[in-house]
Each structure stands twice: as C-alpha cells, then as structure tokens.
Design a protein around this ligand. Structure first.
Ligand code: VNL
Length: 388
C-alpha cells in the first residue's frame, strides 16, 4: 500500500512536471492596463505599443513563443492585484507588466515579491515604486526627474515666484516636492502648493486662487489624459492674459491629446523624457509605424514606456535563455542599455529604475499640428528621488 501510494505520487509529480514543461514552451507576459475608465487612453497606448513591438520583433524568444495576455483593471488597485495573482497562479506568466497608475503598481508589488516574478512598470511614475519590491523594473520615468529639470529651467528663465498645482496622489506629491525644493534652492519662491482631486478634477477654484496670488508661473502635474481640461480652464480664467505662465511636466501637454487643446497650448514649456517630435531616425520610424498601425493615433510617452518595456523583457528572455526563472530574467533586465525612441536609455542595475535624458520642450504649431518641440537636453538624468 505504502509503495503504491509512493508510485502514484511519483506519477502525479511526473505528469505535473510534464505539464509545466509543456507550458514552459510559451513565454507569457501578463499585461495589466486600464482599458476602461478615465485612464483608458494609457491602456490603449501601451497595448498598441506592445503589439507593435511584437509585430516588428516576432513572437519567438529563446525558442519559445511569446504570448501576450492583456487584461483590463479599469484603474482599480484591488482589481490589478487580483488579476496579477490569477496570472501568476493560473496562467503561470513569466513577467507582469503594464501598471497605468501608481496605486496599481504599489498594490501589486507584494505579488511580484512573493512569486519572484519580474514586474515591469511601463507607465506609473512615483519615485518610490521601485522600492516596493526588488522584482520591479521601470521603463516609464519618474516625476522627480521631470520636476527638478523644470525648476532649473524656470530659475534660469525669469520665473522667481511659482505656485504648484498637482493631482492629489503619489506622482503629484513627488512633482510638488521636487519642484518646490529645487526652486527654493535656486533662490525662488513658492507661495502656495495646490492639490486637486485625482478623479474628475475641477481646476477652476484652484486656478482662481493662482490668479489672486499672481505668481510668475503655475507649475502643473496632471496624469496623462487630464491636461486638456486644465488647459481649457487656464484660458477661461484668463490666467494667460494676466501674465501668468503655465509650465509643467510633459504629462500636461500629452501628445495623445495635445492637438485638441488649441492655440492656448502654444508656447507652454514642459520637461519630459519623450516627445512624438523627438528628432531621431529611430523615433521617426517608431512614430510612422505606430501611427500606421493605429488609424493615425500619435504615440505618447505611455506608448514609449510600453515599447521599451517589451524590449527589456525580450532581451532579458534571450539573455537568460529561458532558464533560471524570475531571478535570471530580473538579472538580465538590470543594466540594459539601448537606444529608445526617446533617446538613449539605461536601466540602473542598483535602483532598477530608468536613467534617460530630460528634454525641455515648447509647444509649437508645425504644419497645422501642435507638437512638443525639444530645445534643450539634460543628459542621463537619474531619479533624484533615489539619492536619499
Ligand atoms: C502616473 C504618472 C500616471 C504620470 C500618469 O498618467 C502619468 C502615475 C496616467 O504614476 O499614476 O502621466
């Protein structure tokens, strides 16, 4: 009886390992994105970019077929976490990716740690995210990178007094703190720091407050998709006429919606890691292919985070040759250095965070279309949030 039980157990084990082996022939990427709700444009951009990367680079890595499993979390942290758990346990994905918003990445970090599954953050940008799990790698950007660069530009360009206006959650807190600290360090003043609700924001009362204070500029951060409403209310409240400049991170003049903002956006200066108009041969090819594959849609900074994230995953799978599991994959993601459509980019092995150029850009009309035109570059910017 004892012996039979043992044999049965061994048979079951053999069958299981066979099943695992069969599954292992696929390399599965679990892509979790907001495909519905107020941040659906982020999901749409990243999914389109991931599919473009696969169309251009094939679906075979290290002798395995890549399978992209895309699921909608509607921007709700509990849902992101549940989907990630199901993907790890049931689908046996090798990598988790996506993460359209900071709370979604933070909620899922423990799943990555417990299951030793690399988690590639393609969108969310609060500095501390990479510290939430040693399995997190980021290919988007960080708000401190953009905010410090903006404060330095402002100080050199006659902006002494600025009010901050940010979305009231992780990335907004980072934008506010790093802009303010740097402007003060440069000898400037920040008479007020305003925080607007993340969901369904009404900017009007906050902009009225800015008008009353009459600073040289208002420095803004809102997540991708929300910039048009801010721009509209900025003009309606007559802040431009009152001589108050609008500056911000590139999230505000998001390429996805910039064209619809109209002439009020012309002249707005922002700092960011990616512009559709980035003048490199690689980016021209990327924009052309993306636009063609997506009925004229412009790729924005979310798309580039998704595209580069796929690059990091593919190259890690190739380098680790499909052996060694999550730890080997993670090790092969660290230290990758390559040319992205954004420009040169590097995954710092120590912090697992992205190091790249910050560009100072101004909205200009070219051939009847609005673009963020880069006119200055700060090279190889590490996340200032990591220097604590
Ligand atoms: C975040 C940061 C989201 C920047 C964004 O758009 C963005 C985030 C959805 O970390 O939540 O533009």
């Amino acid at each position: 009886m004892q012996k039979r039980t043992l044999i049965t157990a061994l048979t079951v084990a053999a069958l299981c390992s066979h099943a695992v082996f069969a599954q292992d022939n696929k390399f599965k990427i679990g892509l979790i994105l907001p495909m519905t709700g107020p941040f659906a444009s982020t999901g749409k951009q990243i999914e389109a970019a991931a599919r473009l990367y696969m169309a251009q680079n094939g679906d075979k890595v290290a002798g395995r077929t890549v399978e992209l499993i895309v699921k909608d979390d509607a921007g709700t942290p509990d849902t992101t976490k549940r989907i990630a758990q199901e993907m790890v346990v049931n689908d046996k994905v090798q990598v988790l990716a996506g993460f359209g918003l900071t709370p979604l990445a933070l909620a899922t970090a423990p799943i990555a740690t417990q299951s030793k599954t690399p988690l590639v953050v393609m969108a969310a940008a609060t500095s501390s995210i990479t510290e939430a799990s040693p399995y997190i790698i980021r290919t988007s950007f960080t708000l401190p990178q953009a905010a410090v660069s903006m404060a330095d530009w402002a100080s050199k360009n006659g902006i002494k007094k600025a009010v901050t206006l940010v979305s009231d959650y992780g990335p907004g807190m980072d934008a506010e703190k790093y802009f303010k600290d740097r402007l003060l360090l440069n000898g400037g003043q920040v008479p007020d720091t305003l925080r607007v609700p993340m969901r369904n924001p009404d900017f009007a009362p906050f902009l009225q407050k800015v008008r009353d204070i009459k600073p040289d500029a208002v420095f803004a951060f809102v997540p991708s998709g929300a910039g048009a409403a801010l721009m509209k209310q900025f003009a309606e409240r007559g802040l431009d006429k009152a001589g108050i400049r609008l500056i911000g991170t590139g999230d505000v003049t998001d390429d996805d919606i910039l064209n619809g903002m109209g002439d009020v956006a012309v002249g707005v200066v922002t700092t960011h890691h990616y512009s559709t108009a980035h003048p490199s041969a690689l980016n021209k090819k990327f924009v052309e292919a993306f636009t063609k594959a997506n009925a004229g849609l412009r790729p924005n900074f979310m798309a580039v985070g998704g595209y580069d994230g796929m690059r990091v995953i593919y190259e890690a799978a190739k380098a680790s040759k499909g052996v060694g599991g999550g730890d080997a994959l993670l090790a092969a993601m660290k230290g990758q250095i390559f040319e992205s459509p954004r420009g040169p980019m590097f995954i710092d092995a120590q912090t697992r965070d992205v190091v790249h150029n910050m560009y100072i850009r101004k909205v200009e009309k070219q051939n009847g279309q609005l673009y963020n035109i880069e006119f200055d570059t700060i090279q190889d910017v590490k996340d200032p949030g990591k220097a604590k």
